[in-house]
Design a binder for this molecule. Structure first.
Ligand SMILES: C[S@@+](CC[C@H](N)C(=O)[O-])C[C@H]1O[C@@H](n2cnc3c(N)ncnc32)[C@H](O)[C@@H]1O
Length: 282
C-alpha cells in the first residue's frame, strides 16, 4: 500500500524549499511547456478552469487571461510556498479571476463544484497513485469537460548522458521523473492513455512535442538543477561527493557547448488530452 499522505508531505517539503527560485533562474522551461498545453486546449472565455499542481502559475495565469473576467481559474498545489507565489503573481498581474488553494492532487478536498476544464502540467508523475488521483479528478469535471496533462517524453540523450553522473550516488528507489521508467503508467503513450481510460475519460489522445532548453553556461545549468525537483537528487548525494558529481556533470556538459559556452538541449513533452463522457449512463 502506498503511503500517499507521507509521499505528498515529502513533495510539499521539496517544492516549498525550491518555490522561491522555481522558474526564476532565467531558463525558459515551465512557461513554454504550459504554452504548448494551452495551444492544444484553447481556453474558452468565461469557463471554469481547474489547474492541479499549479506551482507558481505557469498554466494558471495565462489561462486566467484567456478565460477573462467572467471565468474562474482555480489552482491547487500541495506546496504552500508555490501557492503564495501564484497568489502574489496573480495579484501583481491584476487577475481577479484567480483563486489558489493548498490541496493534495492525490485526493483534493477543497475544490467546490465542477469545472469545464482540468489541466495539470508536470505533476501526475509526482503522485503516489496517479490512477487513484485521476479517479478523484473525474467528478470535478462537468460532463463533456476537457482534461489535459503534460508529462515528460523521451529524454534528450545528451542530457541523459549528463544526468547519468547522479545515478551511482542515488538510493535505488529514487528516480528522475524526467526519465520515464520502463514500467508503470508513464512507460508508453498507450499505458498513459489506458490509465486515463480506466479512470473514466474518453477521446484520449497523446501528442508529442518538444521545447528547446537553453543554458548560458554550466553554472546556469547548475542553478537550474537546484531550482527544480532535481534538487532532490542533489540532496540524496552525500555532501562530500557533490563537488565531484558537479565537476563530472559539467565536464560532460562542456562536450555539447557552443563556442560561447552555451548549451541547448531538447525536452520532449507529452500532452495527453481527453474528455469526460457526456452521458455517464451510456
Ligand atoms: C514541476 S512542478 C509543475 C508546476 C506547474 N504546473 C508548472 O507547470 O510550472 C510540480 C508541481 O506539483 C506540485 N505537487 C507535487 N505533488 C503534489 C500533490 N500531491 N498535490 C498537489 N500538488 C503537488 C508541486 O508542489 C509543484 O508545484
Amino acid at each position: 500500500m502506498v503511503d500517499a499522505f507521507g509521499h505528498s508531505e515529502k513533495m510539499a517539503n521539496l517544492f516549498d524549499r525550491l518555490s522561491d527560485t522555481y522558474d526564476e533562474v532565467g531558463v525558459d522551461f515551465f512557461k513554454p511547456i504550459a504554452t504548448k498545453l494551452l495551444d492544444a486546449m484553447s481556453p474558452v472565455e468565461g469557463e471554469r478552469w481547474l489547474d492541479i499542481g499549479c506551482g507558481r502559475g505557469a498554466v494558471l495565469l495565462p489561462v486566467a487571461q484567456l478565460i477573462g473576467s467572467h471565468g474562474l481559474a482555480l489552482g491547487i498545489d500541495i506546496s504552500a510556498g508555490m501557492i503564495e507565489h501564484a497568489r502574489r503573481l496573480a495579484l501583481h498581474a491584476g487577475l481577479r479571476n484567480v483563486e489558489c488553494e493548498v490541496d493534495d492532487a492525490q485526493s483534493p478536498t477543497t475544490v467546490q463544484g465542477q469545472f469545464d476544464t482540468i489541466s495539470s502540467s508536470l505533476v501526475l508523475f509526482f503522485l503516489a497513485d496517479p490512477l487513484h488521483a485521476l479517479r478523484n479528478w473525474f467528478p470535478l469535471l462537468k460532463p463533456s469537460g476537457r482534461i489535459g496533462v503534460t508529462t515528460f517524453g523521451t529524454i534528450d540523450p545528451r542530457w541523459a548522458y549528463v544526468d547519468e553522473v547522479f545515478q551511482p550516488h542515488l538510493p535505488t528507489h529514487m528516480r528522475d521523473v524526467r526519465i520515464p521508467d520502463n514500467e508503470g503508467p508513464f512507460a508508453s503513450d498507450a499505458k498513459l492513455e489506458e490509465m486515463f481510460f480506466t479512470a473514466g475519460f474518453e477521446n484520449i489522445l497523446t501528442v508529442r512535442t518538444s521545447v528547446p532548453v537553453h543554458f548560458a553556461n554550466t553554472q546556469h545549468w547548475y542553478d537550474f538543477t537546484w531550482s527544480i525537483a532535481q534538487r532532490m537528487l542533489w540532496l540524496a548525494i552525500p555532501e562530500h561527493a557533490r563537488a565531484e558529481v558537479r565537476r563530472e556533470a559539467e565536464a560532460r556538459l562542456a562536450q555539447f557547448a557552443q563556442s560561447d559556452g552555451s548549451i541547448t538541449f531538447d525536452q520532449e513533452i507529452r500532452l495527453t488530452l481527453g474528455t469526460k463522457p457526456e452521458d455517464l449512463k451510456k
